[in-house]
Design a protein around this ligand. Sequence first.
Ligand SMILES: CCCCCCCC/C=C\C/C=C/C(=O)SCCNC(=O)CCNC(=O)[C@H](O)C(C)(C)COP(=O)(O)OP(=O)(O)OC[C@H]1O[C@@H](n2cnc3c(N)ncnc32)[C@H](O)[C@@H]1OP(=O)(O)O
Length: 719
Amino acid sequence: MAQYARTKGSIALITLTNPPVNALSSAVRKGITETVSRALNDTQVKAVVLCGENGQFCGGADIKEFAKPMSGPALVPMIHAIEAGEKPVVAAIEGIALGGGLELALGCHYRVAHAKARMGLPEVTLGLLPAAGGTQRLPRLTGIPTALELITTGRHITAQEALKLGIVDKVTDGNVVDAAMEMALSVIGRPLSPRRLSTLSTPPLANLDGVFEAAMAQVKRRSRGAMAPVACVKAVRAAAELPYSQGMKRELELMGTLMSSGQAKALQYCFFAQRAVGKWSLPNGAQWNNSRPRDIRTAGVIGLGTMGRGIVVSLVKAGISVVAVEMEEKQLDLGRKEVTGILERDAKRRGVTAPLHLISFALSLQSLRGVDLVIEAVFEDMELKKRVFADLSRVCNQNTMLCTNTSGLDVDQIASVTDRPPLVVGMHFFAPAHVMKLLEVVCGPRSSAEAVATAMSLGKRMGKVSVAVGNCPGFVGNRMLKSYMDESVFLLEEGASPEQVDQALEEFGFALGIFKVGDLSGLDVGWRVRKSSGLIGPDVNPTFPSRVRQGRRYCPLPDLLCEQGRWGQKTGRGWYLYDSAGGRVARPDPEIQRFLQDYRLRYGIPSRRISEQEVVERCVFALANEGFQVLEDGMAAGPEDIDMVYVFGYGWPRHRGGPMFHAAQVGLPRVLQRLEFYYRENPDIPHLQPSALLRRLVGAGSPPIQQWKQYIRSTHSQL
Ligand SMILES: CCCCCCCC/C=C\C/C=C/C(=O)SCCNC(=O)CCNC(=O)[C@H](O)C(C)(C)COP(=O)(O)OP(=O)(O)OC[C@H]1O[C@@H](n2cnc3c(N)ncnc32)[C@H](O)[C@@H]1OP(=O)(O)O
């Protein structure tokens, strides 16, 4: 898995061969070890060039091997042998040099990169650190602040930035192997000691303590509860304070702790899950690799509210020409201003020109006649959406794909008013749509494979993680969210405060607690949905609203709050208090405490002390329990799909893998036992009743998450 050739007489060319990214599997490490030794021992060879086949230098360690016992030569001595060798070794970096791939290149004496190459040490995103000497060599080369930033964020850099930072010695537009050969020939005979990074000292830095303290504070703030960024700071500190050999010991020690951690397993699971969700399939056998997406060049967006604006920006940034339609002139002008502003700010940040020429604004659906695809983003109201789709069906070319950005309405019902149900799919974006990475692609029972393929691929083009989901109320994300939200308000009834629930969830790792999220997105949104679904209406006694609706426990607290005009940040008051309408800083509100006490008194609900454990278990296990039901109902293809929906759309802490992975990590028997306990205590909350799939999995001895699909008994799977 490393080829050896002697070229130009005195140059040995070693080529890594492990498609698609030349990951450093045990076979590749063996190949490199053997070929480097051969080159160093061949008296005809004066210099060595190391490259990767198929335009990729190296994607780093083989992540799949992390789950297995280590075999074959280790990376550290392999890289050390290259650096310590008496012949110059030049890395020819094309495509990518990531993780162990960049560490390998840092062990070489010179580095030449193609202008389009990208480099980085992304181990932190996998719950690890660059433990093949990366934390020790990079600070010696770039200085501590740069190394700290690159290692703790895992950010990829371009060849140009790498050149500026001194990480590569030369950048070429031409053939990188030829340029590396040329460099190799030119350095033969030059002293190698100054090129051995491990022998150098880190460049001096004033206020070392201050720099590391600030870095530590920053990583703790940014990635709450994640271990790897903290370990990365510690490892770089070792480079600054210890001789290389001791720094390497510290690097290994820190890596040892990370490698065996649940966080690393969760993050590596996420890496593969993110890729697995792109491999969708439908019950009729159509799937990602046998269905051709359409080439979308022009799109229409209807509705320029918050969602529509974000969708326009996402499409335009993907290079698609967009016709943005609003029915009222005032809304259109507002939308135009907002969209233009977002694109201009983004372009300024990136030092490019805003692609405003790609957008046109219109007041009539007629302007959508010739577009390839339309995304409707009007108000979440079935009758309104049906009217829009019936109109689109009349106005648009017969072949235009019609997509609805609904967050939970029946896509098939919407499709039924058109003349082309096979060309209708749901594209559920998350607010703000130009920022959030998740796209739920809702496959209606009549959506064609071509339509699904097109929506999935369009999502990818817009930089989204597209997840195919079934057509049920709330789809995957919002359907599960209901159990989670219900639990959080039930906890308030029983004695908790919004800040107590939020704190427990934020300590668990959520970016924001559920009540802060509610205030941010607007409490009136859910209020409207509850009204339209019949949960609130003329039958409900306004002075003493019932706590049972549609046959299950119901908490009227959010409705009572909305009736008081407490709609969240937009009104300056919600579950929290804000300085003014639109304020962002949440403060606990004593009025809410009184409101909750009065409520409990009125309904005779005894207030009790609720532990952090109960908050997390009831919210998170209820969420996962609904996830099992989603799987059983065939609305998600597998646990990975659910987990990616939560990681990319709902602020779920990535280092906990997703709700389904978390359940597996906690242990399915424990999750089952806690749900049984809470259900016994609250028999009026059906979503606490353990799902049949969870019971079956426990009965089968809790197989690994990758095998769960075998236990699903869905008879009408939509995926
Ligand atoms: C007691 C303790 C002892 C410790 C001893 C420690 C010794 C030192 C150990 C380790 C140090 C080094 C660690 C590392 O290097 S960790 C890996 C770092 N590299 C990365 O994180 C890169 C990951 N890959 C990517 O970011 C992307 O894949 C990409 C940018 C390379 C390419 O992107 P794209 O073109 O979009 O393609 P895909 O992402 O779809 O990937 C294609 C295909 O390739 C698979 N793949 C990619 N990278 C790896 C990899 N590093 N290992 C294994 N497989 C990889 C990917 O999964 C896709 O395959 P598919 O899932 O089957 O579709």
